[in-house]
Write a protein that binds this ligand. Structure first.
Ligand code: FES
Length: 104
């Protein structure tokens, strides 16, 4: 059953971290005070996106340069052609939580 998973790491603006959910590794990013979560796996060749350049609202895969929107998971630049999953993030009682099933 899908549920919310609490994140213990505090993230300031411009910071990011990797959160391991039950079925997904997720890149959680603080973009100017708002939190976004996308799958930490490039759809080109399964490379980790953690370690890639985060710029504006995008992350660039460190392996071959594919680029994804951090807000939606949409692919923006080849060599990837498939979107990656994005996840809902909420603040509950002052704590950050990520939904463990991707957005549709
Ligand atoms: S694995 Fe990400 S661009 Fe190739």
């Amino acid at each position: 059953m899908a549920q919310w998973q609490e994140v213990t790491t505090a993230l300031g603006p411009g910071q990011h971290t990797v959160v391991e959910l039950v079925h997904y590794s997720v890149l959680l990013v603080n973009l100017a005070g708002r939190l976004y979560a996308v799958e930490n796996r490039c759809s080109h060749d399964d490379g980790e996106l953690d370690g890639g350049v985060i710029e504006a609202e995008t992350v660039t895969c460190p392996r071959h340069g594919a680029c994804f929107c951090l807000k939606t998971g949409r692919v923006l630049k080849p060599p990837a052609f498939e979107d990656i999953a994005s996840f809902a993030v909420r603040i509950q009682d002052g704590r950050v939580q990520i939904h463990d099933e991707p957005n549709e």
